[in-house]
Structures are given as structure tokens and as C-alpha cells.
Ligand binder design. Structure first.
Ligand SMILES: C[S@@+](CC[C@H](N)C(=O)[O-])C[C@H]1O[C@@H](n2cnc3c(N)ncnc32)[C@H](O)[C@@H]1O
Length: 281
């Protein structure tokens, strides 16, 4: 495992417990764009599919359903804590055509031409060397194979992350630790030209990057729950890692107030911007 990807492994191991507690919150943000990326990739019966950075496995199980009993799905993730939940989910849902491997997508030997499709929902932005990682994925795809994923646009296109982050910052008085575009992190592939550059260098063809902007609505009565979830992920969570109870309480009030200002007509409405990407071998 690349030493710097090891930092990501440690990060995701630390994030996992909170992440697994807010699955519904995450699903609300990631579910729809993930389904669109899956639709565009064209997943069908009998295919062999990789789920890159599969996390707790909701998409792995969905892919397994789409490929049916004659197909198979391998979920790959760098964090064992995430994979434990993914394995549990697959067993609960009776997905027999699924397996998981604890590995770094950048360096793990995925086999030569062994897959028809490689998919990811927000799991491919964390590589220290993205060209190496996507080249590795490309080698694993056979003739006619394709890659499809969804990643975040810049944070400014994502009020659902931006607003809680700013509210926490106003309490801690310190800037949030958000990696620069190009560095491993949620926004590393937020630039369309960079996505093209990385995938071209990795040897992919017919790269298509579609920006999608929409609004996520949360009913007024769920805003406080939403605020709790927002504090348990991303840069907001990192900023409060060593905070005492009083600071945490002030951060919660600040996030709830900032979100409250975005409630109109009984709905909290926050922008969400993603890039839906497809490419062929
Ligand atoms: C934002 S989460 C997305 C999880 C899942 N795809 C979902 O949509 O719920 C990113 C995932 O990528 C994994 N990850 C990060 N770097 C990785 C790497 N180099 N190889 C494999 N998995 C990695 C993390 O452990 C984490 O589970």
C-alpha cells in the first residue's frame, strides 16, 4: 500500500464509526447521483463489476441486484471497518454474488481484463496518485469494458457541505482543513479538465464528464437531525475532533441556525453539485 494512501486508510478507519451511524443522512446526499452514474455506465445481467471504494456497501448490493445471479461484484475498500458493514449488509440482503477485498485500488492486483465494468460512488477521489490508480483499474477491464463514477463538484456548488462547514468555522475560529483541488480528498476531481487529464493519462477513451446541479430538500421537522449528521462527517467532523462538549454544543447551535436560514415553505433546500463520469477502455 502506498504510504500516503495509508494516511487515507487511517483517516477512513477513524471516520467509519460515525459514518456508519449516519447512513441515512449519507444516502440522502449520495443515493440519487449514484443511481444516475450506475444507469449511465450500463450495468446488465451477467457482468463482472468492480465497486471502487465501496465503503459500507450499499452500491455493491445494488450492483449485485442489477447483474443478477450470472454476474458478480467485487467491492474494494481500504478500510476494514467499512468492509465489515458491507459484508453484513450483503449477507442480510442475501446477495450471494458479492465478495469484498480489503485493498488499495491504486496498487492492488485486480487481474488483467477480469471485469466488464468498474463503478464508484464518491470513492475515487482519495488516491495519492490518481493516474496510477485509474491505470490499474483500466488494466482490470476487458475489451468493451467501461468505467463510471460520480464525484463532487467544488464545495461552493455543495451548500449541504459548505453551510455546516462555515458554521463550524465561525465557532472554532479556525479555517477548515479542506485539501486543495488535486490533493486526495472529496474535491480532488472537482475540475472537469482535471478529470479528462487524469483519465486520458490512465489510457481511457471516450471520456464524458457531465455536471449535474440540483437541490436536496429536507423537511423542516428533520433539520435538527440533519444538523447532527452534518457535524459527524467531512471537514466539520475533523474540525471538532478535539473539541470539548461546550464547543460541540455551540457548533451544533451554529449549524442548526445557519441551516434554519435556508428553510423556506417548510423545506430546507441546499445545492448539490456532482460530476457524472463515464469512460471506455
Ligand atoms: C466517500 S466514501 C464512499 C463510500 C461508498 N462508495 C458510498 O458511496 O457509500 C469513500 C470510500 O473510499 C475508500 N477509499 C479511499 N481511498 C481508497 C483507496 N486508495 N483504495 C480503496 N478504497 C479507498 C474509503 O475507505 C471510503 O470507504
Amino acid at each position: 500500500m502506498d504510504v500516503a494512501n495509508r494516511e487515507q486508510a487511517e483517516h477512513w478507519a477513524a471516520v467509519a464509526p460515525a459514518w456508519l451511524e449516519i447512513e441515512d443522512h449519507l444516502e440522502r446526499m449520495a443515493g440519487e447521483p449514484g443511481r444516475e452514474a450506475m444507469d449511465r455506465l450500463g450495468i446488465g445481467p451477467g457482468q463482472r463489476v468492480l465497486d471502487l471504494g465501496c465503503g459500507a456497501g450499499p452500491t455493491t448490493v445494488e450492483l449485485a441486484r442489477r447483474v443478477g445471479p450470472d454476474g458478480s461484484v467485487l467491492g474494494v475498500d481500504i478500510a476494514t471497518e467499512m468492509l465489515a458493514r458491507a459484508r453484513q449488509r450483503a449477507a442480510q440482503e442475501g446477495a450471494a454474488n458479492v465478495s469484498f477485498v480489503h485493498a488499495d485500488v491504486q496498487s492492488y492486483d485486480l487481474g488483467l481484463g477480469a471485469y466488464d465494468r468498474a463503478f464508484s460512488r464518491f470513492g475515487v477521489m482519495f488516491y495519492v496518485d490518481p493516474v496510477a490508480a485509474f491505470s490499474n483499474v483500466r488494466r482490470a477491464l476487458g475489451a468493451g469494458g467501461a468505467l463510471g463514477f460520480v464525484c463532487w463538484q467544488h464545495v461552493t456548488a455543495n451548500e449541504w457541505m459548505l453551510i455546516p462547514g462555515m458554521a463550524v468555522m465561525s465557532v472554532t475560529g479556525r479555517p477548515l482543513a479542506v485539501p486543495e483541488p488535486g490533493q486526495p480528498g472529496p474535491f480532488s476531481l472537482c475540475d472537469i479538465d482535471r478529470v479528462h487529464q487524469v483519465l486520458d493519462l490512465a489510457g481511457f477513451a471516450e471520456v464524458e464528464v457531465i455536471p449535474r446541479d440540483d437541490v436536496v430538500s429536507v423537511p423542516d421537522g428533520e433539520v435538527l437531525d440533519y444538523a447532527r449528521g452534518a457535524l459527524r462527517m467531512g471537514a466539520a467532523r475533523d474540525a471538532l475532533k478535539e473539541a470539548d462538549e461546550a464547543t460541540e454544543a455551540r457548533a451544533f447551535e451554529s449549524v442548526a441556525a445557519a441551516l434554519g436560514e435556508k428553510v423556506h415553505g417548510g423545506q430546507l433546500r441546499l445545492t448539490r453539485g456532482v460530476l457524472v463520469v463515464t469512460a471506455r477502455v
